[in-house]
Design a protein around this ligand. Structure first.
Ligand code: ATR
Length: 275
């Protein structure tokens, strides 16, 4: 029987996940379909009960339900628990297990797309919200030398560092981080600053950027933010958010099927859809 997978979130209409997963199912000859499920916040528990009752094989979870699904699951992977957010649920014979592939997807995309080892690197994460949490905790599992956090609301960066690893991480205001920019090999924007439709905005001044570093943004709409274009003009290698989107999907796909999809094909589909 065809297996059912899907995405629960609110809203979900513009998600590119069905495109990636359904294509990979077809190409790998897996009898399965990925659907969008728009779930209002007060229906999250009922939706998870529905996953059980209907025998849905697995779901992704997106904004705003990533933290909310946790109490309804049978088991939550340690890293997802630490992040406080689940984006992938595996239905293992009626046992619902939650994972987070966002942070690991980001790190894998960074390593693979930029062909870089994170060993001994000095990394600056801009932002301390939901997106930053997954990325920060995943970066802590690498051999990076420093993973500092800069945020508009400094207290939020401080809290994240306290939860993480205060020996490897410092927290800064955005202004302070701008002054120290030359210290970093990799600079990552996890905020929504520069996202459509506010495309003129930039998360941090790149005036003191050291040429030859990596500047990475989790935004994929637009694929070329003003900030990334400026980084490129200042001699950095740049990466947009398409890689994270694709790799979080590929890692979820692997958890569900045991197979690694063709990520380049997934990426191509996403890029075509975003153009
Ligand atoms: P997400 O889950 O997408 O990360 P979030 O939890 O609301 O969303 O976090 C948004 C991040 O973008 C935060 O780091 C936020 O900074 P604050 O903690 O100070 O709110 C940052 N952010 C959003 N709009 C911003 C702006 N105009 N300037 C600077 N930072 C901004």
């Amino acid at each position: 029987m065809e297996k059912v997978y899907g995405l629960i979130g609110f809203p979900v209409e513009h998600s590119l996940s069905p495109l990636m997963h359904n294509d990979a199912f077809v190409r790998l000859g897996i009898p399965a379909r990925y659907h969008l499920f728009s779930v209002e916040p007060e229906q999250v528990g009922a939706a998870i009960a529905g996953v059980r009752a209907l025998g849905i094989a697995g779901v992704n979870v997106t904004i705003p339900h990533k933290p909310a699904v946790i109490p309804f699951l049978d088991e939550v992977d340690e890293q997802a628990r630490r992040i406080g957010a689940v984006n992938t649920i595996v239905n293992d014979n009626g046992r619902l297990v939650g994972y987070n592939t966002d942070g690991p997807g980001y790190v894998k995309a960074l390593e693979e797309e930029m062909d870089v080892s994170l060993d001994d690197r000095r990394i600056l994460v801009i932002g301390a919200g939901g997106g930053a949490r997954g990325i920060y905790f995943s970066l802590l599992s690498t051999a990076a030398e420093r993973i500092d956090i800069a945020n508009r609301t400094v207290e939020k960066a401080e809290r994240l560092v306290r939860e993480g690893d205060a020996r490897r991480s410092a927290y800064f205001s955005l202004a302070e981080a701008e002054k120290r920019l030359a210290e970093y090999d990799i600079i990552i924007n996890t905020t929504s600053v520069g996202m459509h439709p506010h495309v003129e905005a930039q998360p941090l001044s790149l005036e003191r950027l050291r040429p030859g570093g990596i500047v990475s943004d989790i935004i994929y709409n637009p694929m070329e933010t003003k900030w990334l274009n400026e980084a490129k003009a200042r001699g950095a290698r740049v990466q947009n958010g398409v890689g994270m989107l694709v790799y979080q999907g590929a890692l979820a796909f692997e958890k569900w099927t045991g197979q690694w999809p063709d990520v380049n094909r997934m990426k191509q589909l996403v890029i075509e859809a975003l153009r």
